[in-house]
Design a protein around this ligand. Structure first.
Ligand code: SF4
Length: 348
């Protein structure tokens, strides 16, 4: 059993494969032991995700309804207005979220977009929440601009193993993704990086994904493990179901390899029953997305999540920040009335 205090960045493929091969109970026991060495096992961090720009993405990620290449019936939306994003953040905070994640379907942000997304970051921070964004690839300058605006986390997933990657995305390389992660780190932001399982990959690819994540120079602070949500019109609409125990194994191995990271039970949660979610928490997942939408796919209603937390004796992890009076601070970041067609209220 690995030393529960040491963070390692030199895992071998054989070691990771051996963890996946453990009897299920032994694996869960190791993962839960590791989890308790670093975290309160009965606390789960809660984030809310808001799609600030939906659809029409030029990339070809085979799982994604937001790619312009697939006809999924998804309604395209332009970049949301800053005030609308702040209103969503405030609502999320009232639901108990401590982190507000904003996602835009871009290959990478343009200069004209960055001036608005940096206002969103500053406004959400002023509400006393942690901020996270996912905007596609970032160069060094873009990463520095976001860090200067106060962005806490940047999400950029590796999606799968280097070997299987070409079956899923052809419009950007694995190395492009690693470069963005390095730029985010260099700018001083925290990294949210994980992948998706259930895309038809072999277990060896789940090994390869977690091996790559665990051997990064620093472990991502947040590791989302997504279960594919099959969306009609995407190339993976008819992918074979993943055995739920293999999903739980992936969570458990992530917990053992990256013991200080928050492992997030992410997309696909709405298709899991309460028992599977409870097993995921037992395997070391300690972060979820709360709320009614997870970018463009359904997410269990916040209310239902609260009920599950109560049944399992789980409480949301607190994030302590000095609270300022909210309204005047938010108003400071509200833009002057719109003068261009760039924004519209996505809620209308
Ligand atoms: S996953 Fe992101 S980059 Fe890929 S198609 Fe969807 S929105 Fe675009």
């Amino acid at each position: 059993m690995p030393d529960s205090r040491a963070l390692r960045h030199d895992w071998t493929r054989q070691e990771v494969a051996a963890l996946f091969a453990l009897p299920f109970s032994d694996l869960l026991f190791q993962a839960q032991t590791q989890h308790r060495a670093f975290f309160n096992p009965n606390q789960v961090q809660v984030s809310t995700l808001c799609s600030i720009k939906t659809g029409a993405c030029p990339e070809d990620c085979a799982y994604c309804p937001q790619s312009a290449r697939y006809d999924t019936g998804l309604e395209r939306e332009k970049l949301m207005a800053v005030e609308q994003v702040l209103a969503e953040a405030q609502a999320a905070k009232h639901q108990g979220a401590t982190r507000f994640c904003m996602g835009a379907a871009w290959r990478s942000p343009k200069d004209k977009d960055l001036q608005y997304v940096t206002q969103m970051v500053a406004g959400v921070k002023a509400l006393g929440m942690e901020t996270c964004m996912t905007l596609g690839m970032l160069d060094t300058q873009q990463a520095q601009q976001l860090a200067a605006a106060g962005l806490d986390y940047y999400n950029h997933n590796l999606d799968t193993s280097p070997e299987f990657y070409g079956d899923i995305i052809t419009t950007r390389t694995y190395q492009d993704r690693l470069n963005t992660l390095a730029n985010v780190r260099e700018a001083g932001m925290k990294v949210c990086c994980g992948g998706i399982v259930g895309m038809g990959e072999a277990e060896n690819d789940r090994v390869g994904l977690l091996l790559t994540l665990a051997n990064l120079p620093e472990h991502p602070e947040s590791v989302p493990i997504n279960l594919l949500v099959k969306v009609e019109g995407t190339p993976l609409a008819n992918a074979a179901d993943l055995d739920p125990f293999d999903f739980i194994r992936t969570i458990a191995v992530a917990r053992i390899l990256m013991p200080r990271s928050h492992v997030r039970l992410s997309a696909g949660r709405e298709n899991m029953n309460d028992q599977t979610q409870a097993l995921a928490f037992l395997a070391g997942a300690n972060s979820i997305f709360y709320g009614e939408k997870l970018l463009t796919t359904a997410n269990p209603e916040a209310n239902k999540d609260r009920q599950l937390f109560a049944r399992l004796g789980i409480e949301p992890e607190a994030f302590e920040v000095p609270m300022e009076p909210v309204k005047p601070v938010v108003e400071q970041y509200l833009p002057t009335p719109k003068t261009s067609g760039l924004f519209y209220n996505a809620a209308n």
